[in-house]
Design a protein around this ligand. Structure first.
Ligand SMILES: NC(=O)c1ccc[n+]([C@@H]2O[C@H](COP(=O)([O-])OP(=O)(O)OC[C@H]3O[C@@H](n4cnc5c(N)ncnc54)[C@H](OP(=O)(O)O)[C@@H]3O)[C@@H](O)[C@H]2O)c1
Length: 420
């Protein structure tokens, strides 16, 4: 049986979950993974009342963990700059790295992997995307023979929880508060609801599949905070629901990278993944469309991914595929992409209002697939819902502004439609 001597840095949610899982599931790790894990040292700047590490050596300075006789350093402190410094120092000291930290990989992945390669060290990161749901090894190993043409997924559990509840009739703000109460959303939820968390994860997947840089060049990121409950009703009338989708897609041998809300067909696989679940759809040449879904957060799910990395490290040779630096592809300018759009427009119920709105689209030669005036609101206002034909993203902001500038229009918002 293989044995690994491990140092853990950080003593929070995930680290204590890892500690407990290694104790509780030791039998499976030994029999299924052929691995004995010895936790030699923990870097914890303070005790954690929820977990007693017993006789394991504690270092108050996480950097001192590197000086111990360990094979692998498990970085579970989170954040960017200190984590980067810790990882690079550990690599230079010939310690393998396992991290669950998507932020440090998103911002410094290329630097970290370069340093690892030149020191003949492995950096494994299964838990950094969708916690332990095994998307990283799926992409890097199981799909090795495939040309991956698209990766699209709901990668943020908080956003999916909020949107699923809104689909059932809840409002955004109380649902966000519920997500915080249930522990799904951070006290400061900005990163989740403004799309950054999902963007970090799709950035990492895109780098694995297509060699896009880490950090990636600027790409389009929009969160869910502008979606309203009524949008679900109108989307449903047309056979859609609303999800936050992160996409990396091969487009004429270059890469489309984006993370934003979309209308998707309500009978699609992703549309039916509710609550905090994460789900990813991968299109490949050999296997066709593949789906993977699971828990995207939590102590045990994240521990599962970290332990799978430990098993992998112990049982594989040195040829592990990491971030794909050999076949770099360029990101496509988001403004050059085309989308169909859903528009919600609130306007005064006066003669000619429909004509003035549709003329804004005609001016830009944008076709309208359907347009419906919905039931009256108060104060002589009517909601108008329309679906456009495909049009170039670079026209969008201007179009929105022109519509809002009409005297009879009081509100306008739009959501892209994910067609395939
Ligand atoms: N929670 C999840 O479900 C989940 C899922 C997937 C991935 N992850 C990733 O796993 C990592 C850890 O998350 P977590 O939920 O365990 O976070 P957490 O509960 O906040 O724990 C972080 C731990 O790191 C310590 N720490 C932070 N900065 C430090 C520093 N500069 N020096 C020394 N110690 C430091 C903290 O110490 P103090 O307590 O003293 O601040 C705490 O013990 C993050 O990268 C996160 O993105 C988490």
């Amino acid at each position: 049986m293989k044995k690994l001597r491990v140092g853990i840095c950080g003593w929070g949610n995930v680290a204590t979950g890892l500690f407990n899982t290694i104790e509780n599931n030791n039998k499976f790790i030994k029999s299924n993974g052929n691995l004995e894990i010895e936790i030699v040292v923990i870097g914890a700047r303070r005790d954690n009342p929820k977990c007693d590490p017993g006789k394991i050596k504690i270092e108050r300075d996480i950097f001192d963990v590197i000086d111990h006789d360990i094979d692998v350093l498990v970085e579970l402190i989170g954040g960017v700059e200190v984590a980067r410094e810790l990882i690079l120092k550990a690599i230079k000291n010939k310690k393998h790295i396992i991290t669950a930290n998507k932020a440090v990989l998103f911002h410094h992945g290329d630097e970290i992997f370069k340093e690892a390669r030149s020191n003949d060290i492995k950096v494994l990161f299964e838990s950094s995307v969708c916690a332990g749901t095994p998307i990283i090894k799926l992409l890097t190993e199981e799909l090795s023979a495939n040309k991956v043409t698209k990766i699209a997924g709901m990668l943020n559990g908080t956003s999916n929880f909020i949107l699923s509840n809104m689909e059932e009739g809840a409002d955004f703000k109380p649902t966000l508060e519920l997500a915080q109460k249930e522990g799904y959303a951070e006290p400061d939820p900005t990163f989740d609801i403004e799309g950054m968390d999902a963007a970090h994860k799709i950035g990492i997947l895109s780098s694995l599949a297509y060699g896009t840089p880490l950090p990636p060049d600027d790409f389009y990121i929009e969160g869910i905070s502008k979606v309203e409950k009524i949008d679900f009703k109108y989307a449903k009338d047309m056979g859609f629901t609303i999800k936050h989708l992160a996409v990396s897609k091969l487009n004429n041998e270059n890469i489309e990278l984006r993370a934003h809300p979309v209308l998707i067909k309500e009978d699609s696989y992703l549309a039916n993944l509710k609550s905090v679940r994460n789900g990813i759809e991968i299109e490949t040449d050999l296997l066709g469309t593949l789906h993977i879904a699971g828990s995207g957060a939590g102590q045990e799910s994240t521990a599962s991914g970290v332990i799978s990395d430990l098993v992998h490290l112990a049982n594989s040779n040195n040829n592990t595929k990491e971030i794909n630096l050999s076949s770099k592809k360029k990101l496509i300018d988001f403004l050059s992409l085309s989308f169909q759009y859903y528009f919600y427009i609130e306007a005064e119920d006066i003669p000619g209002v429909m004509a003035s709105i549709t003329s804004m689209f005609a001016e830009k030669k944008i076709g309208i697939e359907s347009i419906v005036q919905k039931e009256d609101l108060k104060d002589n206002m009517v909601p108008i819902v329309l679906i456009t034909d495909l049009f170039l993203e670079k026209e969008h902001d201007d179009l929105l502004k022109n519509i809002l500038n009409l005297d009879s229009v009081f509100k306008v918002r739009s959501i892209r439609i994910e067609i395939d």
